[in-house]
Write a protein that binds this ligand. Structure first.
Ligand code: PRP
Length: 216
């Protein structure tokens, strides 16, 4: 039975298409070059839908997509364990969710002003730390918030660390490690069990062999 697979444009798509292709799943057109958002797979009767990254869990939770490929950051921000299961770490898109602030400046006392687009992750982190914060919701480019005096600290994804350095910031605490995960709708797990299982076992094989090649 064909699966509906939700992906998002950008880094995840670029790294994920070769993984799917190694499992024999290829869109009938190149999603990077097409304005189409729904693609048929060349074989297997699957459908590939391209959404905004933050919406992948929504499509999977509502069962519009059977499976989705999404960052752990997006899942944590969305709220894990609602209408989907996490099945596999695809070991791509690896980075860290961190707090960061102006280089060389100690964090001020009192209520900390924290800017982030990951407000749920940020709230939960500081609650656990027992630190009172004023959350400032941004949509991106968080790095300029401390520079312009909007916030004392940011919570953002750090990969190479170059964006922080370029903006006079330094990483402080690691909140969690992030990578790209395969998620599945709870009902599809039952109704399309064989197709889901087959995708998971093929993807696991590809991920393991990529891992082995990297560590050689
Ligand atoms: C992410 C993140 C940082 C940057 C970190 O942004 O928000 O800005 O990457 O990468 P680095 O540590 O290698 O410099 P992204 O480019 O994904 O765009 P976004 O701001 O839209 O999330």
């Amino acid at each position: 039975m064909g699966l509906v697979i939700a992906l998002n444009k950008g880094r995840i798509l670029k790294e994920c298409l070769p993984l799917l292709s190694a499992c024999g799943i290829e869109p009938d057109e190149d999603p990077d070059k097409s304005r189409k958002l729904v693609f048929a797979s060349r074989t297997g009767g699957h459908k590939i839908i391209i959404t905004r990254s933050a919406d992948v869990p929504t499509y999977v939770e509502h069962g519009v997509a059977d499976v989705g490929v999404t960052g752990k950051d997006t899942m944590l921000e969305y709220g894990e364990g609602m209408g989907f299961y996490e099945l596999l770490d695809l070991k791509i898109g690896q980075c860290r969710m961190m707090t960061a602030g102006p280089k060389g400046l100690p964090e001020p006392g009192g209520v900390l002003r924290v800017a982030s687009k990951f407000t749920n992750i940020t709230r939960r982190y500081y609650q656990k730390e027992g630190r009172q914060v004023a959350l400032i919701k941004l949509s991106g480019a968080m790095e300029i918030a401390p520079l312009l005096g909007l916030a004392d600290t940011i919570v953002d994804i750090v990969d190479t660390g170059n964006t922080l350095i370029a903006n006079g910031l330094e990483a402080r605490a690691t909140i969690c490690d992030i990578s790209t995960r395969l998620i599945v709708n709870r009902a599809s797990m039952k109704t399309k069990f064989e197709s889901v299982q087959s995708l998971v076992s093929q993807l696991s094989g590809v991920v393991a062999s990529n891992d082995a090649a990297r560590s050689e």
